[in-house]
Write a protein that binds this ligand. Structure first.
Ligand SMILES: [Zn+2]
Ligand SMILES: [Zn+2]
Length: 154
């Protein structure tokens, strides 16, 4: 919840300017989406007009701050700018399927990956730092296209 997020920010002594508030609100309202800095900038401008308009650099700094506090998670992409999303301080993690064709991001629940994680940890004696898993590939639409292109070239 947003109130919880504010509480956490206060605890961490993060100074909340109207701009930072507006940025956090956008991230919260678009929970479950994976936004580029550009998207956040566009949404912010659309919502606020010129009031509290924040430049790209301001958004970057705010996002970095929220990331440090653990309210935002960063999703590095292969062929496009990183995406960001709001995460609840107490929520369990989720993982991502990332399409290299169209950049679509889908979420997979943590429990689906739990078994795999346990096996990897057991087999390799490796301890995971709680980072979400990212699986890169092609979404159903794009893999159809990839197959078609292959047929044509064969
Ligand atoms: Zn795709
Ligand atoms: Zn996500």
């Amino acid at each position: 919840m947003l109130a919880e997020a504010y509480h956490l920010l206060k605890e961490q002594k993060v100074r909340m300017t109207p701009q930072r508030k507006a940025i956090l609100e956008i991230l919260y309202d678009f929970k479950g989406h994976h936004l580029e800095i550009e998207d956040i900038h566009r949404l912010l401008t659309a919502r606020r007009g010129n009031a509290n308009r924040a430049g790209i650099a301001t958004i970057y700094r705010a996002i970095e701050l929220f990331q440090k506090v653990g309210l935002v998670s960063r999703l590095p992409m292969e062929n496009s700018p990183a995406r960001y999303e709001f995460i609840s301080p107490r929520a369990s993690g989720h993982h991502h399927l990332i399409c290299l064709g169209c950049g679509k991001v889908e979420e997979i629940d943590d429990w689906l990956v739990d078994g795999l994680r346990k096996r990897i940890l057991q087999d390799k004696g490796f301890s995971m730092a709680g980072r979400p898993i990212k699986i890169y590939g092609y979404c159903s639409t794009c893999s159809k296209k990839v197959l078609q292109d292959r047929k044509i070239s064969v």
